[in-house]
Write a protein that binds this ligand. Structure first.
Ligand code: GDP
Ligand code: GDP
Length: 443
């Protein structure tokens, strides 16, 4: 599981600054689920080979009328879902009543909390430490987010902490639920609220010849459901909580960005659900961006296709073509999770996408394809020398990574990389998975 770190604190203490610094090392993926998460931001980051997710909670002002209101706030979900909380305070401003209110809350939640005093540039370290130690959350770690000071020791402390084992989940009677061994193809059903994920998950599990193993357990909040269909093993990662049996944080809203992100990371194939009646909206694109960046295989399910008239259907199809060009590799299904139409066929695309994502091709064959591609269409000249591409091999799966060896590879234009991608995709008949072409070699 990818650890989740939440940045919490009053406005202006420097949360966004730290967020940007942490996520900058990689493509920052910022989800702005308008109306859903208010100003919460989610980003992916990596430190010393360890991927983690950062949430900038934005929301707590400390002016909330008491803990109840604070509890009701959206930031609370982020705290609940985090493995570690970085509680940020402003070293220049000193301790405030808002800080104290937040500290009280954090102490009660019994979350793994690190007190971080930001803006230590120009502040007197000794007086800071003393002042904030009164918050009852241990000694503060002093940083200057804006200047990158002390960030590495901070990450070291947070990420090298021995992780608490996955919380043991229990059912209503307090019996411990077993952990689940994922089998076969791991499928995550993803989409924004109310598009029909729960309905679809139930349909998929209710399909003809599906045998659901009675050992659904939890990994964090998502439920892993192993099953077989036509003797083929799968595991559904249920983010919507359809089959929820354990007693899990009551305050958590039904749709959770963190669960969604982790399910995407943990899946082989994502079934991305869109509501035909609403068309492709900004939130869909935002979420789909995460899926594409993750490199997971992808099947698009346009749901609630029942009861749409012909002109509406036509309109949705045009709209899909226009807005989803960046996911062209994915197969599109028009389904009704409610009535079950089209649901069985989803499995076909899932299987195909999974096989493509896991494809194995010998280096000899890969090199032949490369040679043919180069013959057909030469790479350009750079500094009056032709770029030479010598051989290719598969360097990874899910997504397939095609490593091309040659010289002057730094000068290869994007359009040529796209040409190679398309060629490999066509020749190897890869469907439903993104592929990545990477280069090795100097000048
Ligand atoms: P947020 O509201 O908690 O997200 O705070 P911001 O990240 O927007 O920062 C608030 C202000 O503090 C901005 O003007 C930042 O430039 C400034 N700031 C952030 N980190 C530092 C720091 O390490 N030192 C100083 N002096 N200023 C900082
Ligand atoms: P989730 O939030 O994505 O899990 O969405 P749900 O599965 O809870 O569905 C949201 C609403 O859409 C419910 O009222 C469902 O009955 C309805 N719904 C789901 N699938 C379909 C469908 O294929 N057709 C129609 N007409 N309604 C659907």
């Amino acid at each position: 599981m990818v650890p989740v770190i939440a940045l919490v604190g009053r406005p202006n203490v420097g949360k966004s600054t730290l967020f940007n610094r942490l996520t900058k090392s990689r493509d920052a993926l910022v989800a702005d689920f308008a109306g859903l998460t208010r100003d919460r931001k989610y980003g992916e980051a990596s430190w010393q080979g360890q991927d983690y997710i950062v949430i900038d909670t934005g929301g707590i002002t400390g002016d909330e009328q008491g803990i109840d209101e604070l509890m009701a706030g959206q930031s609370l979900q982020a705290i609940e879902e985090a493995d570690a909380v970085l509680f940020m305070v402003d070293a220049r401003a000193g301790r405030t009543p808002g800080d104290e209110l937040i500290a009280t809350h954090l102490r009660k939640r019994n979350k793994h909390t690190f007190l971080v005093a930001n803006k230590i540039d120009g502040a007197d370290p000794d007086s800071i430490l003393g002042e904030f130690a009164h918050l009852g959350l241990g000694a503060p770690i002093g940083i200057a987010a804006a200047h990158g000071r002390n960030i590495n020791p901070l990450l070291d402390a947070v990420l090298n902490e021995p992780q608490a084992a996955d919380e043991i989940s229990t059912d209503e009677e307090g019996r411990v639920l077993p952990g689940v061994e994922a089998i076969g193809t791991r499928i995550a059903v993803i989409g924004r609220p109310n598009v029909g994920k729960s309905t679809l998950v139930n349909r998929m599990l209710g399909e003809d010849r599906v045998v659901v193993f009675d050992q659904a357990g939890t990994t964090r909040d998502s439920i892993y459901i192993p099953f077989e269909r036509h003797e083929k093993p799968y595991t559904l990662i249920d983010t919507a909580g359809v089959r929820k049996r354990g007693r899990i944080a009551e305050t958590v809203e039904k749709f959770s960005v963190i669960k969604t992100l982790q399910a995407i990371k943990d899946a082989n194939v994502v079934i991305f659900v869109i509501d035909a009646r609403e068309g492709v909206v900004e939130q869909d694109l935002n979420l789909l961006g995460f899926v594409i960046d993750s490199g997971r295989a992808l099947v698009l399910a346009v749901n609630k296709w029942d009861g749409m008239d012909d002109s509406e259907k036509r309109y949705v199809k045009i709209e899909l073509e226009r807005r989803l060009h960046f996911a062209q590799f994915a197969e599109i299904h028009f389904i009704s999770a409610l009535h079950g139409s089209g649901v069985g066929l989803l499995y076909k695309s899932v299987d195909k996408a999974f096989a493509s994502a896991m494809t194995k091709v010998p280096t000899k064959r890969m090199t032949e394809i490369l040679e043919d591609a180069v013959k057909e269409h030469q790479p350009p000249m750079v500094n009056s020398r032709r770029i030479k591409l010598r051989y290719a091999h598969l360097g990874g799966s899910n997504p397939p990574i095609i490593i091309v060896h040659g010289n002057q590879v730094d000068s290869i234009p994007k359009s040529y990389t796209r040409y190679l991608e398309n060629t490999f995709r066509k020749v190897l008949k890869l469907a439903g998975t993104p592929i990545r072409v990477e280069y090795k070699g100097g000048d």
